[in-house]
Design a protein around this ligand. Structure first.
Ligand SMILES: C[S@@+](CC[C@H](N)C(=O)[O-])C[C@H]1O[C@@H](n2cnc3c(N)ncnc32)[C@H](O)[C@@H]1O
Length: 194
């Protein structure tokens, strides 16, 4: 990791914590992943050699920077989707500051739309960190876009276990290989069997 990126990640951690303490309204909060979740995502990308990486829920781009850093080692590219124009603006500025803008495509759009238009089996690793109430509805499309052997990582699996339960049950019921990992806010991993 470059010193430039390390400094920016540390700055965003302070910014996210301060900002979210001051704003209780969920839509305005940054809601960034934890640092150990970032490190975990890097390990997943390096271990799987994922190159086609899709993130749903960019916020100001903190998690995207971890994904893009790892994509540098696999020769990959990150596409990230954010509904909020304000947050997409912050993310775009952070990608430029990190010098990683060329490795990232930011779509300011509704994830439902992006998923509906994505090519089948076009994603190696999908990081889902967005509006949890939508996950069950998004599942048929999520299932389609991941390639066989592709990895789904979903944040907040233990911090919001009750909300996540119907989605996780659905994935398990469809025979995907799954694991609940106690990193950060809890990561639900699911692999589409070949
Ligand atoms: C938990 S935050 C993402 C945090 C980010 N992954 C990080 O760790 O830095 C969830 C984000 O999903 C966005 N979001 C909510 N509904 C969405 C939708 N339908 N399509 C795309 N983004 C959505 C929110 O605006 C919010 O920024």
């Amino acid at each position: 990791m470059t010193p430039q990126l390390a400094r920016l990640l540390a700055e965003l951690e302070r910014f996210g914590a301060d900002h979210d303490r001051q704003h209780r309204e969920r839509s305005r909060r940054m809601l960034n992943i934890t640092r150990d979740t970032g490190e975990f995502l890097v390990v997943q990308i390096l271990a799987t050699g994922a190159t086609r990486i899709l993130e749903i829920g960019t916020s100001n781009g903190y998690s995207t920077l971890w994904l893009a850093e790892a994509a540098g080692a696999t020769g990959g590219h990150v596409t990230t989707v954010e509904l909020s124009g304000d947050k997409a603006g912050l993310a775009r500025a952070n990608f430029a500051r990190a010098g990683l803008a060329e490795r990232i495509t930011l779509l300011q759009a509704d994830a439902s739309q992006v998923l509906a238009e994505a090519a089948p089996a076009s994603v190696d690793l999908l990081f889902l960190d967005s509006e949890r109430s939508q996950y069950v509805d998004w599942w048929p499309a999520l299932r389609e876009v991941l390639r066989p052997g592709g990895l789904l990582v979903v944040d907040n699996a233990t911090s919001h276990a009750e909300e996540m339960a119907p989605f996780m049950a659905r994935v398990v019921a469809e025979g995907w290989a799954t694991s609940l990992v106690p990193v950060g806010n809890g990561e639900f991993l699911a692999v589409r069997r070949r």
